[in-house]
Design a protein around this ligand. Structure first.
Ligand code: ACO
Length: 311
């Protein structure tokens, strides 16, 4: 019995129908989507910075071409996602303003530094690997424009993951120094990658409602466990050691058990106190300021065309 408009909306969700921009939706559903999609867009844009740092120092032309393509893909993902947020009535100007003033959140992972070339391998393998784990289920998100954007994004993320793993494999099979570089990158990126999935379910304030609305299809802990189960054998294949002394395969469940995440570190980074938060925002602000003339020119051109049409 679907008495209220809210009941009818939930019935559509339960029937696996897609919600489209002009459909009625509860304000809280709209708000949650704008929050998640804009945070996701900001993550893609800020995510260009740690890797962009290595474009001029890639060890070969082939590596440089792949890295350039990957970083450009991230820019494309950000633009797709801002467009998806706009279908919900968000203004892109306002979203960007919230990013550069430090009001908006973006993924904690992009506040860590890229110290060596091996970090480019570790990011592709672990960070893009975690992103795929989280984003493949988003292809079945109840909100149509977000779900459709995720299909192409996930295809590109799989290429990113493979180029990263290939870098790790090359280093792991290289000289002792190269293998050590790969191990060091794994040591530094492992725990921050697990943090990408967000707080434990018990501390995740949005999960229950987002699952009920089928925005999220799995909880943070479910996806994190899947990531560990898939990634540990990949580390073994590389001959590298996961930096977690508590890690062990539970033969009964078939799942890896792992140590406690440093949640103090996680919340510090989320609050803006991570190793590179200030540097990242400064770089985004600089890009925004230096791009002001492009926005001005585009607006002046649009205005000129409008006047000419009127005349
Ligand atoms: N970094 C920064 N903030 C985080 C992170 C993280 N890794 N994980 C959770 N948070 C924030 C949430 O945004 C939320 O903050 P808010 O209430 O101010 O918006 C708060 O911590 C509580 O977390 P949850 O209740 O678990 O939030 P949610 O249900 O939104 O789950 C998640 C978080 C899993 C990140 C979800 O938003 C999601 O799937 N987003 C889409 C994917 C995405 O953004 N990926 C970005 C990295 S991948 C890439 O860009 C390559």
């Amino acid at each position: 019995t679907n008495h209220t408009i809210e009941d009818q909306f939930q019935a559509r969700i339960d029937a696996e129908e897609r919600i489209e921009p002009k459909d009625w939706m509860p304000e809280a559903y709209r708000k949650t989507l704008i929050r998640q999609i804009s945070q996701h867009a900001h993550s893609e844009i800020v995510g260009m910075l740690p890797e962009g740092n290595w474009i001029t120092r890639a060890p070969s032309l082939r590596r440089k071409v792949a890295l350039l393509a990957k970083v450009q893909d991230e820019a494309g993902h950000g633009l797709y996602l801002y467009s998806a947020a706009e279908t919900l009535g968000a203004e892109r100007d306002e979203l960007l303003e919230e990013l550069i003033t430090g009001k908006a959140k973006y993924s904690s992972i992009f506040n860590y530094p890229t110290l060596t070339w091996a970090d480019i391998g570790a990011i592709g393998w672990l960070v893009d690997g975690a992103a795929i784990m989280n984003q493949v289920p988003l292809c079945r998100c109840s909100y149509g424009p977000y779900a459709r954007a995720m299909v192409r994004v996930c295809k590109e993320e799989s290429f990113h993951q493979r180029q990263g793993y290939e870098i790790m494999l090359t280093l792991a099979r290289g000289t002792a120094t190269q293998k050590q570089m790969a191990q060091d990158a794994l040591n530094r990126w492992w725990w921050p990658s697990l943090m990408m999935f967000g707080p434990n379910d018990a501390d995740s304030k949005h999960t229950a409602q987002s699952m009920a609305w089928k925005i999220k299809r799995f909880t943070n802990d479910e996806l994190r466990q899947r990531f560990v189960d898939i990634t540990v054998p990949q580390a073994e294949f590389l001959g590298l050691t996961v930096p977690d002394p508590s890690l062990r395969l539970n033969e009964e469940t078939g799942h890896y058990e792992f140590g406690e995440i440093n949640w103090d570190e996680f919340w510090q980074v989320v609050k803006g106190e991570g190793p590179c938060n200030r540097q990242r925002l400064k770089a985004r602000r600089k890009a925004h300021e230096e791009g002001a003339w492009v926005r001005d020119a585009a607006l002046a051109y649009a205005e000129k065309r409008r006047k000419r049409k009127e005349a």
